[in-house]
Design a binder for this molecule. Sequence first.
Ligand SMILES: [Zn+2]
Length: 294
Amino acid sequence: MDFDKDANLDLSKVEDARGGGGGFGGGPMVVGGGALGLIVTVVLALLGYNTLGDDSTSPAPSSSANLAQECAVSNTQRFELVQCRQVAVFDDLRDYWSTEGAPALGAQYEDPRLRFFTQGVNTACGQATSAVGPFYCPGDQRIYIDLGFYDDLAQRFGAPGEFAQAYVLAHEFGHHMQYVTGFEREIRQLQQQDPGNQNKYSIALELQADCFAGVWTKNATGGAQSLIEGVSQEDIKSAIQAAGAVGDDRIQEQAGGQVNPETWTHGSAAQREQWFNTGNTSGDPKSCNTLNAR
Ligand SMILES: [Zn+2]
């Protein structure tokens, strides 16, 4: 994927809490154990954690000054850095969803925030370690990412490639759009009314986020101020590969214990690839009706 080398990155919605500031403090971190790699989403909220946004548990990020320096136009090597690529993708996602995606869905767009952290983080959805992988918390409308996840994505899940990283962020952004449209709330209500089918509803939520990632991919190079100048067939392959690589059910380790893999799944690899393709073919978020498609 190619980025606009001259573009200024907008850091106003990005919080950099890497290397402290966002951790739990004290005690060893629980990491690994095969729990890595799940693109966790609203699971904490669905489990009944406080999602009303007790922001007092959410410490201010240490500083975004380093990020501003690293990702400044004057740093000609900036797009070699995963954090700057992620910010560029994030800004491109904001551009697409605010100007085209949300209006197409008849939704009132609101920006999410993107917070980088290491090891552990306090959120309105509870505490989380890096072991949960990237996730979105509807309680504070933030996407949380420990960039170390991308090493695992490449090495353990066999999905290297810069666009695989873009896909992951686009998937989490898709969960934010589900908050914006009210689909996430609808799913949560359905799960309460119909507990026997919780799994099915969870999958519908995840597959729509994959479809939304595909929709953005199709539109990524559009727009007057697009930060992304090119998406190749190779890139799309690497996104599909990533969607499949994280498609297996795996046990997720949460701060509060383990999540039952029978209960929480993201859908099979084939389903995830299929819905990414649906979005990337149509370029229209209205094509992502995963709940009624089954
Ligand atoms: Zn997800």
